[in-house]
Structure formats: structure tokens, C-alpha cells
Write a protein that binds this ligand. Structure first.
Ligand code: COA
Ligand code: ADP
Length: 582
């Protein structure tokens, strides 16, 4: 029997020839970006059944360079379709044909929008089947949320960030004026650069951007730089055959071993040169490697007054955010430490991590039903590092209402005796809040009450848009969310994890407790019927309590969850007003 293959998966293999490489005999990243974009676009079009354009590309970290004679293998598949856009996941590996060795080069996530005759097209849903597909499907909704607020978030943080002004203290003899690195280049979009509808390929534009960025970087270091990362960016508007594209690049800042180059692209028609459209801007980080592939020390940059100095400081702020993001977002769940310090530059990523960790735990297909008492099911999951459990019940109440009640942690002491009191420390945004939870003295503990600093992130299901009725989709013979079993649909999520806050340090009177991943998932099972699941990944301090319950030596889990049901039933009608605003 043929092994399962995702129906949207597209594979591409390319032999790296001298015409694809730079002076060091390495594959140019511009060429790689063209191949990535083409493979991803073909996957998106396979799902959409119509032409698609690149809307955005998330951060890309290049782990390995690829040399002449090696093979590049690219796999792309649609992780999730939303309304008119879809997230495509791309994996790039390189292969040495002589030694059979393989390396991971990078992973990328691109968003494509389906278009027919310049109008956006409604997409059919993706039905994830394997555990990996379910995880990607579920987390894609959270990534989309982060993408859509990205520009605002960055601007907000840049405006607030206080970057030390070290410009004056640097040795002037080592400084290169930023002006010396400035590049401007024009490209004419021809038919080979565009699809059959005349829209310029995103990958082609990215390749041109990489070209000017590399020239700017080389002018600083007077050597051949290597591109390490590209920041998330968005194609703000389309470009067609016949457009002239003006690409401008300059080194914004040079750190000890790396530099940030900014590139901006504008398009104009010959007949309207003064009317330029801003297509996109991207920020790329380069290093210069010595003979042993070690990063070399770079000269300092002397920015120009005005915009140059602003970009210099913003590049430092972006560097911090990039490191935070790389650490929090791309780390495996188990590798992100408990109680990551909360700070405004990483709050978006910590919320992302909070929600995606819970969704990943939920999507595992190795959950085992351990017991069923009083219509409450207890499931457990053991993996190399953790023991996790989840409790499940159906409650006769409206799902949105249950979601509101459970997402306000201040109400939890009403049903959970492990929560003695809860104070709201900070309402971060509409859906994220930080609480200080005081718990009672636990039997067998050190006689002190416990406390937790918890980030609670709540998410409604990612809806399929106001004008996309299920019946409309059915008419086209497509799969709709309504065809799915309730457990497969997007749940309402209330995710909880510990963070540390400088304003609330650990005190001698209390034992500081920590939770890495816990929370609720709720599914609407009909009118006034909600499936409620509580998930928890047990940490060491909590393990004894969990194993006692899982082994059936205590019924506290069941008693607490029953109290939760009572609480939801008793408060059925209380929130009618706030529901109208949700
Ligand atoms: N990242 C990812 N997706 C984004 C996005 C971003 N920064 N901004 C918008 N989108 C998505 C929206 O979520 C929406 O998806 P949905 O229908 O599944 O909810 C979709 O794009 C359309 O959003 P809308 O608010 O209608 O935006 P828009 O009218 O600005 O259109 C594009 C978005 C991408 C179609 C438009 O900006 C465009 O044409 N860009 C150029 C695309 C292109 O030609 N690329 C090739 C190189 S130029
Ligand atoms: P910002 O100025 O806020 O960084 P832009 O979108 O205007 O945003 O530009 C993005 C990047 O492109 C800049 O950071 C800079 O590195 C580069 N850039 C913009 N304008 C020019 C220019 N005239 N010459 C060279 N590089 C430019």
C-alpha cells in the first residue's frame, strides 16, 4: 500500500549549478527564495484550484549553506486554509549526492491568497488527518493572528523601546559611514518574472531584494557576506509585467558579528513615474564567515542624521525582538523554560507560545482513556519528559458563556479549592491577562501557601468569515467545518502558563509554583451543549498529586471538575450582556 501523502504536498528537487551560486560557490539565497516561493505557490494552487499570490513570508532562519553539485529538496504543503488565504509550510533540505548526507537548510511559512481575475476566491477547508497535520492546522490559527498584528506590534514596540545611545562612545576610526553602503537598483518586470495572469512572482521580488541587500552588506565588510535571517514581511500590493521596480538598500546597523540591512521596494509604470507604490520592506541579517566558518568581527557603522539614526536604533530593537521570537516561538515546547520573564517586547510571542503549547498537547494522538466516573472521562498521556492528563465532560450550557466564565481566572476560586484568591495584575489586551494566584497550604508541602503568576490567553475559534456560509461551501461540493466531528473543529481555548514579573518576585512567605502548559478547550456540541476539556502537563511539584489521581487513589480531580460543572450551570444566564460584545 502507498504510504499516506498529504494531497496538497508538492516536492521539488534542484541540482545546484554554477549559475545558481555566488563567488564562494554557495547557492544564492535569492535563487533559493524563488524555488521556495514556486513550490509553495504550486501547493497553494493545488488546494485552491486557481492562481494564488504571495501575501507574506514569516521569518526564515538559514541553518546551512548549500554548495555547487548538491541537491536542494523542497517540500511544501498547505497547513490550513482560512477564508481567501492559506498558510503553506515549506521544508528545505540539502543533499550531498556523493556522501548521501542530508542537512536541514530552513523552514518557512508563507501565506498565499487565492485570486481569479484579480478578485479574491473563497477557499475550501483543509481536513487534517495525521497528528502532525492536526498540530500544524491548529497552531496555524495562532500564527495567523500574530501575522496580522505584526506590523502594529513592531511599530508599537519600536516607538516604546529605549535603546542605549552608544553612537558617541564608539571609536571613530573604525566607523564606516552608512551612506557608503547605500544601493539603488531598478528592475523591469518581464513575462518570465510573472505568472500567466501577469502578476509578478513574490519569489522573484525576494530574489531582487536579496541581491541589493547583499551588495549593501558587502560594502560594509568588503567581503562576501552570508545571509542568516530574513524577517517576516508582507507584500502590500501587487505588481504586474511592465512595472519598473526600484529597490533600495542600506546597512541600518552593524553589531559585533552581524549586521542588519533594510531593503524597500517600490513599483511604478513608465507613464506615471512619479506615482510610486510601496510593495514591501524587509530586514535581513548578514554575517561574514572566515575560513573556518566562524563569524568575523565587523566594523561599526556611522548612521546618517535623521532617518539613519532612527533606523540604527530600530535595528537594535528588532535584534532583541528577533532573539526573543526565535527563542520563544521556534523552541520546542519542552525546551522553553518555566516562567519565562514577561516583557513588552516578547509578550506577543509568549501568548503565542501559551496557546500553541496547549493546542499541540491537545492534538496528540497518544491520549489514553484511563477512567470514566460520573460521566467525566480522564485521559492520560506519557511521553519522554512529561505526564499529562485531561478531563472531559459535557455541560448543558452555551459555549461562549462557558468560555467567558472559565477565562476570567478571578472566578476560579468559586469552584476550584486549589485557587484561594486571584488578583488581576495586568490586562495585556482583550484576550490576554496576567493574574496572581494564591493557593492554600497543600498537605505534605512545607507548610507555606503557594502562589503563581499566570498568563491566561483566551482564543475564540478562528471563524470562516462573515460571508462564507457553510451551505454556500457545501454547494460547491467542498468539505466544511460542519462535516467534522466536534473534536476535530477549532475549539475555544483558555491557555495558562507561568511567567515571571519583576513587580511580583517570589516571597519567603509563599512557595512559588509554576505551570508550563494547562488550560481549557471548549467545543460547541449543539445549542446549549458544550464539551469542556481541562488539560494539564504535570510539573514535578504537582506530580505526586497527579499520579495519585490517575492511579485512582484520590477522586479530587473528579470532585473539582464536577464543581466546575456546577459553577457553569449556576451562572448560565449571568453573562448575557457581555456575550453580545464578544
Ligand atoms: N500576512 C498574511 N496574510 C495576510 C496579511 C499578512 N500580513 N494581510 C492580509 N492577509 C490575508 C488576510 O488575512 C485575508 O485572508 P482571509 O481572507 O483568509 O481572512 C487576505 O489576506 C485578504 O485580506 P484583506 O484584508 O482583504 O487584505 P488586502 O485587500 O490588503 O489583500 C493581498 C491582501 C495579499 C491580496 C494584497 O495585499 C495583495 O494583493 N498583495 C500583493 C500580493 C502579490 O501580488 N504578491 C506577489 C508579489 S507582489
Ligand atoms: P523604515 O525607514 O521605517 O525602516 P522603509 O519601509 O521606509 O521603513 O524602509 C525599509 C528599509 O529600506 C530601511 O530601513 C532602509 O534600510 C531601506 N531604505 C529605505 N529607503 C532607502 C533609501 N532611500 N536608500 C537606501 N535604503 C533605503
Amino acid at each position: 500500500m502507498e504510504p499516506y501523502r498529504n494531497p496538497t504536498e508538492v516536492q521539488m528537487s534542484q541540482l545546484v549549478l554554477p549559475c545558481h551560486t555566488n563567488h564562494r560557490g554557495e547557492l544564492s539565497v535569492g535563487q533559493l527564495l524563488k524555488w521556495i516561493d514556486t513550490a509553495a505557490c504550486l501547493s497553494a494552487e493545488r488546494h485552491a484550484g486557481c492562481p494564488c499570490v504571495t501575501a507574506s513570508m514569516d521569518d526564515i532562519y538559514f541553518e546551512h549553506t548549500i554548495r555547487t553539485g548538491q541537491v536542494v529538496n523542497i517540500k511544501a504543503k498547505v497547513n490550513r486554509a482560512f477564508n481567501t488565504s492559506m498558510e503553506v509550510g515549506i521544508q528545505v533540505t540539502s543533499e550531498d549526492l556523493c556522501s548521501e548526507k542530508q542537512w536541514s537548510v530552513c523552514k518557512a511559512l508563507a501565506t498565499f491568497v487565492a485570486q481569479r481575475d484579480s478578485s479574491k476566491v473563497k477557499l475550501k477547508q483543509i481536513l487534517p488527518l495525521t497528528e502532525e497535520e492536526k498540530v500544524e492546522y491548529s497552531v496555524a490559527a495562532e500564527r495567523r493572528r500574530m501575522r496580522l498584528v505584526y506590523t502594529e506590534t513592531i511599530q508599537d514596540l519600536l516607538a516604546k523601546s529605549i535603546i542605549q545611545d552608544d553612537l558617541e562612545s564608539r571609536d571613530c576610526s573604525m566607523k564606516v559611514p552608512a551612506e557608503k553602503t547605500r544601493v539603488e537598483s531598478v528592475e523591469l518586470v518581464l513575462p518570465p518574472h510573472a505568472n500567466h495572469q501577469g502578476n509578478t512572482f513574490g519569489g522573484q521580488i525576494m530574489a531582487w531584494m536579496e541581491n541589493v541587500a547583499t551588495i549593501a552588506a558587502s560594502r560594509l565588510c568588503r567581503a562576501h557576506p552570508t545571509l542568516k535571517t530574513i524577517e517576516m514581511f508582507h507584500f502590500r500590493g501587487p505588481s504586474q509585467v511592465g512595472d519598473r521596480l526600484v529597490l533600495k538598500a542600506i546597512v541600518n546597523n552593524a553589531f559585533k558579528n552581524s549586521m542588519e540591512v533594510g531593503v524597500c521596494v517600490e513599483a511604478y509604470r513608465q507613464e506615471m513615474e512619479s506615482c510610486r507604490r510601496h510593495l514591501n520592506s524587509a530586514f535581513m541579517t548578514f554575517v561574514v564567515l572566515d575560513g573556518e566558518d566562524q563569524p568575523m568581527t565587523l566594523p561599526w557603522i556611522q548612521p546618517q542624521r535623521g532617518d539613519g539614526e532612527r533606523r540604527y536604533r530600530e535595528a537594535s530593537a528588532r535584534k532583541k525582538m528577533r532573539l526573543d521570537r526565535k527563542y520563544i516561538v521556534s523552541c520546542k515546547q519542552a525546551e522553553v523554560p518555566l516562567s519565562v520573564p514577561w516583557d513588552p517586547s516578547n509578550q506577543v510571542y509568549l501568548s503565542y507560545n501559551n496557546v500553541s503549547s496547549l493546542k499541540m498537547l491537545m492534538a496528540k494522538d497518544t491520549w489514553v482513556l484511563t477512567s470514566e466516573i460520573n460521566k467525566i472521562k480522564l485521559y492520560t498521556l506519557e511521553d519522554d519528559k512529561f505526564l499529562s492528563f485531561h478531563l472531559e465532560m459535557t455541560v448543558h450550557t452555551d459555549t461562549t458563556q462557558a468560555f467567558l466564565l472559565l477565562s476570567d481566572l478571578r472566578r476560579r476560586p468559586e469552584w476550584d479549592k486549589h485557587y484561594k484568591s486571584v488578583e488581576l495584575i495586568q490586562q495585556v489586551d482583550d484576550d490576554d491577562a496576567i493574574y496572581h494566584v494564591i493557593s492554600p497550604v497543600l498537605p505534605g508541602a512545607d507548610g507555606k501557601p503557594g502562589d503563581f503568576i499566570i498568563l491566561a490567553s483566551r482564543r475564540k475559534p478562528c471563524d470562516s468569515g462573515p460571508d462564507f456560509s457553510a451551505s454556500e461551501l457545501c454547494d460547491f461540493g467542498q468539505v466544511t467545518c460542519l462535516d467534522w466531528a466536534p473534536g476535530e473543529r477549532d475549539p475555544y481555548v483558555v491557555a495558562l502558563r507561568s511567567v515571571t514579573l519583576p513587580t511580583h518576585p517570589e516571597t519567603p512567605e509563599r512557595t512559588r509554583g509554576e505551570t508550563l502548559c494547562s488550560g481549557f478547550c471548549l467545543w460547541r456540541e449543539g445549542d446549549q451543549q458544550t464539551k469542556v476539556s481541562y488539560y494539564n502537563q504535570a510539573t514535578t511539584s504537582f506530580l505526586n498529586y497527579v499520579t495519585t489521581n490517575v492511579a485512582g487513589l484520590s477522586s479530587e480531580f473528579i470532585t473539582t471538575f464536577k464543581a466546575c460543572e456546577r459553577f457553569l450551570l449556576d451562572n448560565k444566564s449571568e453573562l448575557a450582556l457581555s456575550l453580545q460584545n464578544l
